[in-house]
Design a protein around this ligand. Structure first.
Ligand SMILES: *[C@@H]1O[C@H](CO)[C@@H](O)[C@H](O)[C@H]1NC(C)=O
Ligand SMILES: *[C@@H]1O[C@H](CO)[C@@H](O)[C@H](O)[C@H]1NC(C)=O
Ligand SMILES: *[C@@H]1O[C@H](CO)[C@@H](O)[C@H](O)[C@H]1NC(C)=O
Ligand SMILES: *[C@@H]1O[C@H](CO)[C@@H](O)[C@H](O)[C@H]1NC(C)=O
Ligand SMILES: *[C@@H]1O[C@H](CO)[C@@H](O)[C@H](O)[C@H]1NC(C)=O
Ligand SMILES: *[C@@H]1O[C@H](CO)[C@@H](O)[C@H](O)[C@H]1NC(C)=O
Ligand SMILES: *[C@@H]1O[C@H](CO)[C@@H](O)[C@H](O)[C@H]1NC(C)=O
Ligand SMILES: *[C@@H]1O[C@H](CO)[C@@H](O)[C@H](O)[C@H]1NC(C)=O
Ligand SMILES: *[C@@H]1O[C@H](CO)[C@@H](O)[C@H](O)[C@H]1NC(C)=O
Length: 891
């Protein structure tokens, strides 16, 4: 089986049309989503077995049964956490054995082992001590009320937080400078070793030190960095105990069986809170890591997980395992202030000019300015080699306008004339995006400053530039500050769960970094928002105790007190969709001292076919005096998730919002509660009447308002039936050619015979416009036809799926054998064909999925994908596509 789903890689940005289709197949299989032949097998827990069989233990019985049947396997991890997960991860030495494994007594489930990419931080900046005076984390502490808790001495004392990540550099002075009982980093475990990449064998040891990767150390600082450091930052819960469970090596990703081992190890080590700043391809609430994380949360722990940084990929894409039903999936908000450096001018009167870097550009002295063009609207400045008459630029600061070509292309043209320092002025693309400059000393400046400089040169004024190495730090107000970070992945899940759950500060966060790598760094990402949430949860537990009830209601308490954010700072902008901000920006002080508790705080209305229009939630007055409450409905922007006429979800930028709102009525709009009393609110919703083909996700808040408090429940639903959403992309939208495609690299796209030697093999290319719980690629006989439309509901049923969940061997007519099966496949995404998950595909071989050779003959390839909420046994609920004839002629 050569399944071929890539990982998301956003923002590469190359034109679609310029990519030859034949190159896509190489790319489609570039990064495999799953580890070949490795499975996580869940056993019946011995507690579930009859008393008589308990003594022998389930794993041994199962291994014995496998050996008896000559199934050869290697064990990687044994999981023995009764009540959470009992099972094993193993590699089958013969792929054929998967069916036997599945039918072994005592085996409850088999799931493939997915690969998770290491979270790539956004806007990475290395910070040094000379930057003291940077905005302390107090900025983000103030907007969330953490500063007021610190002032009361609430700092997370007595709470244990397990960080499942790259490890922690506990040698850091402000992370306690030590490891083990009595230190801030009180324990943990290294499940993988430095050299682990996700593709090789982990080498565990007892020491989770991180001096090469960094994210885990940054996460640890956001939670627990000691105050009174050169940058004046402090962790949200700096007296909490940290335990580091290392599941990433220095480079690369991690496999799901390791992540599951890390989760269970942290749970078994009695952590109060588990936090994971990682995420793979999104959409589903399924997958072993998500299922285990959810069970751990349900067992009485708080689990916080990043929502993902794939905002560009559009809706229905919140990350796994963050989609774990009972976990808290965390979105990021941008900080209102970014610490940036400024340069000064000589020869021209002008205030210092801010440039996009937290560190001073290491350039000494005053250098004259040179512009590659004095035209301030030129669109392709320095996109072509500079004129031969250009002087030697080694002693200049070169001014360039950001252009249609890549910055690296512009810099290469400058370097050809020995330039080494450049100011790139914004062309409207935005001043908040860091640029990639390699070793070149180049920084972004704002459009107005660039225009001013170009005009000075145009009028013949000689201007010099100086980059002060000290004292030039500016607290730059981020125009997008206070909004949800654009990079935050959008939910909801394919099955309409409310993800992300909540927003925490994750944009431009200064925190600790491994000592050998500089000690401090400024990073952005939902990876930074997640530990903020974990630290906030620690503050909650340190004040309210760790009772089952406090833990079970933690998510509701934070959600009901969160602060809804707008979609932009423009006057009259709609409130941001809950599919990106969840319940709003976390307000930690309010959460801890709320005296009105709402449960549940998420009202899941589902789609129109499964509409749950009447919702109930309990309101409890935990205060000391009676309160009179009034209910208030505030809808937020409805997410138009699929553009009109398109088969693909909206991508590449903010999802369009509409003001088509649901309406709601209450059985009682006002009620009074004495201390300790509870009232059940009954809310009846009517979805907005909108174009269902755009799959609008409507949402909003039911505020419960008293004199002193304003808390809310969040609701979300789809004003369409999700089963109507096409899954297999049969359009030309993505590539300009009809998909799917069974083709050979020559691009003939006609019936052909293949020998399967020397590259004489076709490739299969497809794109999922939506996630699917069941994806099957089968070989069928050449006389097979699909009557009517090749996709869509209501096709004449010619296939049935008697055992579709049981090996994919469809015993019915025409199915010769399976080529590929995949459960809970995420959709493809990306705004550019260079994105690694843009298409999926595989080079056909002359074997079935189980390794058996396909007999010579003529066949067709059939792709089927189950629509969301479809019945796996009902062929009409599948999208289907049938190829042209493909001859297998191996000599
Ligand atoms: C498919 O075959 C082509 C041509 O032989 C090769 O370049 C490409 O890497 C292969 N792709 C995969 C996913 O194996
Ligand atoms: C650090 O914070 C304290 C208290 O908020 C303040 O008095 C001090 O000036 C800050 N120091 C720096 C270097 O910003
Ligand atoms: C700038 O000057 C300082 C002191 O003379 C020197 O140490 C440093 O290397 C110089 N930096 C550059 C980039 O030339
Ligand atoms: C500009 O820089 C050049 C080269 O460093 C220097 O000779 C000149 O004096 C500077 N001009 C001003 C106005 O500082
Ligand atoms: C400046 O560049 C723009 C865009 O390329 C062009 O339309 C305009 O004519 C140019 N202006 C001058 C004065 O060359
Ligand atoms: C929505 O309904 C579908 C079909 O019954 C179900 O599978 C899914 O879990 C429901 N989603 C939620 C959030 O309840
Ligand atoms: C950060 O800076 C330090 C010191 O300048 C350097 O040694 C380290 O390699 C840098 N780290 C990264 C990731 O750039
Ligand atoms: C494939 O080979 C078969 C058997 O030789 C032949 O009948 C058929 O025409 C061939 N098809 C193509 C497209 O060449
Ligand atoms: C592999 O699959 C093919 C097609 O379904 C089937 O005919 C064959 O018996 C299978 N081989 C084994 C060893 O199970």
């Amino acid at each position: 089986m050569r399944s071929a789903f890539g990982v998301t890689l956003l923002g590469a940005g190359m034109a679609l049309a310029s990519t030859p289709v034949s190159s896509l197949i190489a790319q489609a299989g570039n990064k495999l989503l799953t580890v070949p032949n490795r499975f996580i097998v869940e056993f019946q827990s011995s507690a579930d077995l009859p008393q008589t069989r308990r003594s022998t233990g389930a794993p041994e019985n199962i291994y014995e049964s496998l050996r008896e049947r000559k199934i050869s396997f290697d064990i990687h991890h044994e999981y023995n956490s009764p009540g959470l997960f009992v099972g094993v991860s193993l590699t089958l030495n013969n792929a054929q054995d998967v069916a036997s494994l599945r039918s072994t007594a005592g085996v409850v489930a088999i799931r493939p082992v997915k690969l998770f990419d290491r979270p790539s931080p956004i806007d990475f900046k290395n910070v040094s001590d000379s930057d003291s005076g940077l905005p302390d984390s107090e900025g983000v502490h103030i907007i969330t009320g953490v500063d007021r808790l610190h002032a009361q001495g609430i700092t997370g004392h007595g709470v244990k937080i397990g960080i499942i990540d790259t490890g922690v550099d506990y040698t850091h002075e402000y992370l306690g400078a030590g490891f083990g009982p009595g230190f801030k980093v009180a324990g943990g475990y290294d499940l993988v070793g430095d050299a682990y990449t996700g593709a090789n064998m982990p080498v565990p040891d007892a020491d989770p030190l991180d001096q090469c990767a960094g994210i885990g150390t940054h996460v640890a600082g956001i939670i627990a960095c000691n105050p009174n450091n050169p940058f004046n930052v402090s962790g949200v819960a700096y007296d909490a105990e940290i335990y580091a469970f290392r599941i990433f090596g220095c480079l690369g990703g991690s496999a799901e069986d390791v992540i599951v081992a890390g989760l269970l190890k942290a749970a078994d080590a009695d952590m109060d809170i588990l936090t994971l700043s990682l995420g793979g391809l999104g959409g589903w609430t399924e997958g072993t890591a998500a299922v285990v994380a959810s069970r751990i949360a349900a067992s009485g722990k708080i689990v916080t997980i990043a929502a993902g940084n794939a905002g560009d990929a559009g809706p229905w894409y919140s990350a796994n395992p963050g989609n774990a039903i009972d976990a808290i999936s965390v979105a990021s908000s941008d900080s209102p202030i970014i610490p940036l450096q400024s340069l000064t001018l000589q020869g021209s009167m002008h205030a210092p000019i801010v440039y996009f870097s937290s560190l001073p550009l290491p350039v000494n002295g005053s250098l004259p300015l040179y512009a590659t063009s004095k035209n301030t609207t030129v669109a392709d400045d320095a996109c072509n080699p500079l004129a031969a008459s250009t002087p030697d630029l080694s002693t200049f600061v070169v001014l360039v306008r950001r252009a249609t070509c890549a910055v690296t292309v512009q810099l290469a043209h400058l370097a050809a004339f020995n330039a080494s320092v450049a100011l790139i002025y914004d062309d409207g693309t935005g001043f908040t995006t860091a640029i990639s400059v390699g070793k070149f000393k180049a920084v972004l400046i704002q459009a107005s400053d660039g225009v001013f400089l170009a005009q000075q040169l145009a009028t013949g004024t000689a201007v010099n530039v100086t980059f002060p190495q000290e004292g030039a730090l500016v607290q730059f107000p981020d125009p997008k500050g206070g909004l949800v970070s654009a990079f935050t992945s959008y939910g909801p899940t394919e099955d309409l769960f409310f993800k992300p759950a909540i927003t925490a500060p994750g944009g431009h966060i200064l925190s600790t970094w491994p000592v050998p790598l500089g000690g401090w760094a400024l990073l952005s990402g939902t990876s930074m928002a997640t530990p903020f949430m974990a630290g906030s949860a620690a503050l909650l537990l340190s004040v309210k105790g760790k009772s089952a009830e406090v833990v079970a209601t933690a998510r509701s308490v934070f959600q009901s007190t969160a602060n809804p954010l707008a979609s932009s700072h423009t006057d009259g902008a709609l409130v941001q969709t809950t599919t990106q901000q969840g319940a709003g920006l976390i307000q930690v002080y309010d959460a801890l001292f709320a005296t009105t508790i709402i449960s549940p705080a998420e009202l899941l209305l589902n789609d129109t076919a499964h509409f749950v229009g009447t919702q109930k939630f309990a309101v409890t007055n935990t205060g000391k005096s009676p309160k009179t409450y009034t209910l208030k409905h505030s809808p937020v922007g409805t997410a138009v998730t699929v553009p009109t006429g398109s088969i693909l979800p909206a991508s590449g930028g903010p999802i369009p919002l509409s003001a088509d709102y649901a309406s709601v009525s209450f059985d009682e709009e006002t009620f009074t509660l004495n201390p300790g009393q509870t009232h059940e609110v009954v809310a009846t919703f009517t979805p907005p009447q909108v174009d269902a083909t755009t799959f609008p996700v409507y949402s909003g808040f039911i505020h419960v308002v008293s004199d002193a408090e304003d808390v809310h429940a969040s609701y979300m639903g789809l004003a369409a039936s999700i089963i109507d959403k096409a899954v297999i992309d049969t359009s030309t939208e993505a590539l300009g050619i009809q998909l799917p495609l069974l083709d050979d690299p020559s691009g003939t796209n006609e019936a052909a015979n293949y020998t399967f030697v020397n590259g004489d093999e076709p490739f299969l290319l497809w794109r999922l416009a939506f996630g699917t719980a069941v994806l099957r690629v089968d070989l069928v006989t050449a006389d097979t036809t699909l009557p009517g439309a090749v996709h869509g509901r209501g096709i004449v049923p010619i296939f049935t799926f008697p055992q579709s969940q049981n090996g994919g061997t469809f015993s019915n007519i025409n199915v010769v054998g399976p080529i590929l099966e995949h459960d809970y496949a995420p959709r493809n995404d990306g705004t550019s064909s260079q994105d690694l998950n843009f298409v999926s595909g595989l080079n056909m071989t002359n074997t079935f999925a189980n390794g058996t050779v396909i007999p010579n003959g003529s066949y067709k390839v059939l792709i089927r994908a189950l629509r969301v909420t479809g019945d796996p046994d009902k062929e009409a609920d599948y999208d289907a596509w049938l190829s042209q004839t493909m001859g297998v002629f191996v000599t």
